[in-house]
Design a protein around this ligand. Structure first.
Ligand SMILES: Cc1ncc(COP(=O)(O)O)c(C=O)c1O
Length: 390
């Protein structure tokens, strides 16, 4: 067995793909910005010919991200949406894909306005009960794509049960793991075929990179994805790959701290009188708390509830007062950064989802999503106290 496979998560995140370079021994790996590579003769290159096809910095990052997910293969993209699009492009006109309702709004926009037009069929369903999936399976169903926790309602999907149902039905199962990151949840351990992540979020963690990644143990899927990437060209820049490779070194520290902050804040918010709903998988009042306990685990097998909280402030006035009063949380899209952000999914991340659908699911204008960062807990709490007018 390769000695690296025995290393702990942080050791892997710091060392795999980050080996000192052969030529000069630089401890921080070099960045290869070159778009093309000198060939020693026709058909005789030194491992790379053109950076859309492969690039040494991207190779390092893919090695690093694969190992963190416990996967054999990782394929990197320019954004999370490019990764999800590539995942769905594995399938053809006439194929059917089942997706968790209230996934990230951009997934809905891409599926319904781009790939549906090109003949792929989609059903958006409640995957909180995996048995529900059976009702929507059709002879042309090829993929079930779930998000857990979902964005922004933090609904959970039991990965082990869902994976068994998909295997029995002969369909692939993919998971958008952007909210948990491999530090908090490793779907491949539950039999999931493909893991998708927006590396713009916790993997990069500093709100300065756009990226996406798909990981898998299935060689055939990996080859088809590599071909699609080469053919369609949605590759990340070498600079973004390098920054991301540096960022995953601190993923464990950042994710643990932000999740600890979120757990403390969610418990406190849950005791406040002027909030209609506090949604957080770590609260025993969360209807699927036990699923979080089962599958949201650190690499050392400690329960972890994640850095996302949603709260319903009940009225647009309270929401606006909250947003005007906060000073540490920043009103902005995105999540998973060291800095705490706040957003109104109804108008922001889920703008593309039809109003009726949003309201049916509970994504109201007064639902506020908190993406908790790694600032001092006392400052975050003081900020929420200010926002809630206490
Ligand atoms: C859960 C989730 N999946 C996918 C995406 C898309 O990622 P990107 O913005 O990197 O394209 C996002 C972006 O917010 C997201 O929150």
């Amino acid at each position: 067995m390769d000695k690296k496979s025995k290393w702990g998560f942080s050791t892997k995140s710091i060392h795999v793909g980050n080996e000192a370079d052969e030529a000069l021994g630089s401890v921080s790996p070099p960045i290869h910005l070159s778009s093309t590579f000198k060939q020693d003769g026709v058909g005789n290159n030194r491992g790379h010919d053109y950076s859309r096809v492969s690039n040494p910095t991207r190779d390092r990052l893919e090695e690093n991200l694969a190992v963190l997910d416990g996967a054999k293969y990782a394929i990197c993209y320019s954004t999370g949406m490019a990764a999800t699009t590539a995942l769905f492009q594995l399938f053809d006109a006439g194929d059917h894909i089942i997706i968790s309702r209230n996934t990230y709004g951009g997934t809905y926009r891409m599926a319904m306005n781009v790939l549906k037009r090109q003949g792929i069929e989609f059903d958006w369903i409640d995957t909180r009960d995996p048995e529900n999936i059976k009702k929507y399976l059709k002879p042309n169903t090829k993929l079930v794509h779930v998000e857990t926790p979902t964005n922004p309602l933090l609904e959970l999907c039991d990965l082990e049960k869902t994976s068994k149902i998909c295997k029995k039905a002969g369909v692939f199962l993919s998971v958008d793991n952007s909210f948990m990151s491999p530090y908090g949840q490793r779907p491949i351990e539950f039999g999931v075929d493909i893991v998708m992540q927006s590396s713009t979020k916790s993997l990069s963690g500093h709100s300065d990179v756009l990226g996406g990644v798909l990981t898998t143990n299935n060689e055939d899927l990996a080859e088809r994805l590599r071909f699609l990437l080469k053919a369609t060209g949605g590759v990340p820049s070498a600079f973004d790959n390098w920054i991301l490779l540096r960022s995953t070194k601190t993923l464990a520290l950042r994710y643990q701290k932000s999740s600890d902050n979120a757990t403390e804040l969610a418990n406190w918010l849950n005791e406040q009188k002027n909030i209609d709903r506090v949604i957080y998988p770590g609260l025993s009042s969360h209807p699927q708390h036990e699923i979080a306990v089962k599958q949201q685990r650190t690499p050392e097998d400690k329960i972890i509830f994640g850095n996302m909280i949603s709260i319903d402030l009940g009225s647009v006035e309270s929401r606006d007062t909250f947003l005007k009063s906060i000073e540490v949380f920043t009103l902005a899209e995105s999540l998973g950064g060291v800095e705490s952000l706040v957003c109104v999914p109804y108008n922001m991340t889920h703008a593309a989802v039809p109003e009726k659908t949003k309201l049916e699911m509970g994504i109201t204008e007064t639902l506020v999503r908190l993406a908790v960062g790694i600032e001092d807990l006392t400052d975050l709490k003081a900020d929420l106290i200010r926002g809630l007018g206490k």
